[in-house]
Design a protein around this ligand. Sequence first.
Ligand code: ACO
Length: 174
Amino acid sequence: MPFTPDSELDLLFPSNLMSPEVKSQLAHSDVHIRPLASTDHGRGHLSVLSVLTVATDLGEAAWVSQFHAMRGAPKTYYGLVIVDKASDRIVGSGTLVIERKFLRGLGSVGHIEDIAVDKQQQGKKLGLRIIQALTHISESSGCYKTILNCSDANVPFYQKCGFEKKENEMAKYA
Ligand code: ACO
């Protein structure tokens, strides 16, 4: 499939929130970073996410409905993708969720979620670029901190991205 420019896509959030630094770092590469688009189900979004965990495909209509539910919560969901220009397929993905608080003077916290890079493309700094782009959105939106949960195996990756280990993660699965 030919590469689809941002101007022809229905995006989750405005492109001008993408970090200019990350965009210029990728400008002369074979990939492009942009907000998630309403047609990305067909570009392999779920198969990239499946490197992370179970990403059951409930069909394009269900996927698009979730996309619109996220966009309906303004200034909250910032899903972005890295697309291979030659194939127009997604090779990386990540999300920032902005949580509004009453404390810290009605502050906000950025939560980084669901970082995934296609197995064939790992080790090329795409994960780093996704984290830099999401952190840029978090900080430029005024969040006083950006946090995430990860496995012990991924701690060195996030340290290379400038994060430090702090406190513990607790979970209770339904
Ligand atoms: N252990 C040690 N160092 C690592 C690791 C690791 N597991 N992963 C990456 N690094 C290092 C790289 O060597 C590189 O170091 P350098 O700058 O010295 O060369 C640096 O971290 C940046 O690495 P990238 O090339 O950007 O990493 P990549 O594109 O492969 O993405 C990721 C890393 C996202 C963890 C990818 O391997 C992946 O998709 N893994 C499977 C899914 C996953 O575990 N996702 C994270 C879940 S946690 C969450 O979503 C909040």
